[in-house]
Write a protein that binds this ligand. Structure first.
Ligand SMILES: Nc1ncnc2c1ncn2[C@@H]1O[C@H](COP(=O)(O)OP(=O)(O)OP(=O)(O)O)[C@@H](O)[C@H]1O
Length: 254
């Protein structure tokens, strides 16, 4: 178990109650720097709500969120982003009418502003574009840089979102169902890409994912949510062998 004080991301006794409904109950875990943790659980288990509380779009009723032992429970999403927290959503947030390159350029511009740079028109010189093209090459999309994001396949949109994460300088990354809507044939390459990017950048990743085979393949540890509570937090092998976890999925094989 990660020492909470040395965790890149820690949540402690996190509870969320909305209109009397207990959405999260006493969730506690720590994610080490450079670790990839997958969050799984049946529909409505509280996975997205957990990401909302961690990213700051929802305030917990009780408990604490810390990034590198800095308490951010009351911090705005923007402040968390300045501390290196990035997030993707279940539904893509790309600008579909803009090209692949422009989508990443906007993200780097937003980062410059976050870090206090004066507003300026985003550079179009080769030098300004070089780091952006590097991020695009990293995810295999440099050749498609002039393609409108709306013309990309779901798999390539997810890759573009990863490039945006890289360009935004996020070191702690929350991915909400990165494989959602992706064709079966594109799954392996996207999975490989997430693994490579995570390894190469040593990013800390928390990923909500329904594809159990992806989870078992990629995750260092798996957090299992059920009715808002954390049922298990362990290696993929231990989680699969856990009878309580299997029961939570109503006997369906994991
Ligand atoms: N803003 C809200 N107001 C009221 N109830 C909410 C709100 N947000 C989430 N819920 C409820 O909290 C529960 C958990 O929802 P959440 O979306 O976090 O689950 P999930 O595990 O991500 O589900 P899925 O796998 O279907 O995406 C659900 O019962 C949902 O209806």
């Amino acid at each position: 178990m990660t020492d909470m004080e040395s965790a890149a991301l820690a949540v402690e006794d996190l509870s969320l109650v909305i209109d009397g409904a207990q959405i999260l109950r006493d969730v506690t875990f720590g994610v080490a720097a450079g670790e990839l943790v997958a969050v799984i659980g049946p529909n409505g288990a509280g996975k997205t709500s957990l990401l909302n509380v961690v990213s700051g779009t929802m305030r917990p009723t009780r408990g604490r969120v810390a990034l590198h032992d800095r308490d951010v429970t009351r911090a705005s999403p923007a402040r968390r982003a300045r501390l290196g927290l990035g997030r993707t959503f279940q539904t893509s947030y790309l600008f579909l009418g803009l090209t692949v390159l422009e989508n990443v350029r906007l993200a780097t511009q937003a980062k410059d502003q976050r870090f206090g740079g004066l507003w300026r028109a985003p550079g179009r010189s080769a030098a300004a574009l070089a780091p952006i093209r590097e991020h695009l090459a990293r995810v295999g999309l440099d050749g498609a840089r002039h393609t409108p994001a709306g013309s990309l396949s779901h798999g390539d949109r997810r890759k573009l979102e990863l490039a945006i994460m890289l360009a935004s300088g996020s070191t702690i990354v929350l991915l909400d169902e990165p494989m959602a809507g992706v064709n079966n044939e594109d799954l392996p390459s996207l999975m490989q890409l997430i693994r490579d990017v995570q390894r190469d950048t040593d990013a800390t990743v928390v990923m909500v994912e329904h594809h159990i085979d992806v989870v078992l393949e990629l995750a260092h540890r798996v957090a299992v949510m059920h009715h808002g509570a954390l049922l298990a937090f362990d290696t993929p092998e231990s989680v699969v062998a856990d009878a309580t976890v299997r029961d939570a999925y109503l006997g369906e094989p994991l």
